[in-house]
Design a protein. Structure first.
Length: 249
């Protein structure tokens, strides 16, 4: 569903993404892990058609991110770090707005709108101003709006940043259930514990992929080298040290 070959993005002399390669098959929950400034958001913006690559290729559901950006935008689900919601609209108004963007109307629109309310736990709060919602409810509402049109591929850019641990856990259960039903999920995070939920992960640093595998396989590889029971954080720190240090931030 997603294929990247030597994908790069440069801003003048600064290289944000430095020729990365990876593939994500359909139905996989794929984690993009790394510190702030590692190139995660830039990569996602290229894959979602929001940013043109400087070099290399990217294909999403068989479509080129350069030439078919508008097709990709209409058919994927995308949730940014800021949740993409309008805080001055009510819950229902946000749902109706995103339904219109994705051309989800009539009976299907009504059914999908109810699904969002139930999934987000907001039934009965349709008239509440979105900006007044607790962060965890905003998060689930944003996910629901991104899924209104039932996309095959969902991009989530650090969706749990700033959310407390119980809300993060609940949100990941939602993500996992979507993947179980066949949705391909590409999610970036800087939380090591969240990466354990993923089928496969790419560890990102200084614009490069420094490891790509199943979380358990990465831990087992380091355990075979050093002994003990390393965590993903141990794996990441070790690989970053070998790669020459971590980006700031």
């Amino acid at each position: 569903m997603i294929k990247i070959t030597q994908l790069s993005k440069k801003y003048g002399s600064f290289t944000a993404v430095a020729g990365i390669d990876l593939e994500v098959p359909g139905g996989q929950l794929f984690g993009f892990l790394g510190p702030n400034g590692a190139g995660k958001t830039t990569t996602i913006r290229m894959l979602t058609g929001l940013l043109a690559p400087s070099d290399g290729t990217g294909r999403v559901a068989g479509h080129d991110v350069r030439t078919d950006a508008e097709w990709i935008k209409r058919r994927i689900g995308y949730m940014s770090q800021l949740f993409s919601l309008y805080n001055d609209l009510t819950v229902r108004e946000n749902i109706e707005f995103f339904a219109s963007l994705y051309e989800v109307s009539g009976e299907r629109g009504a059914v999908r709108g109810k699904w969002v309310l139930d999934m987000a736990g907001l039934r009965g709060r349709e008239r509440q101003i979105t900006g007044e919602l607790p962060l965890g409810f905003k998060q689930r509402l944003a996910l629901g709006c991104a899924m209104l049109h039932e996309p095959q591929i969902l991009f989530l850019d650090e969706p749990t940043s700033g959310v407390d641990a119980p809300a993060r856990h609940a949100f990941w259960q939602l993500i996992y259930s979507l993947a179980d039903k066949g949705t391909t999920v590409f999610v970036s995070t800087h939380y090591m514990d969240e990466a354990e939920y993923c089928h496969r992960i790419a560890l990102m640093n200084r614009g490069r992929v420094i490891a790509l595998d199943q979380p358990a396989a990465l831990r087992a590889r380091l355990a075979a080298e050093t002994g003990g029971a390393p965590t993903l954080e141990d794996v990441f720190v070790t690989l970053v040290e070998r790669a020459g240090g971590m980006v700031a931030g």
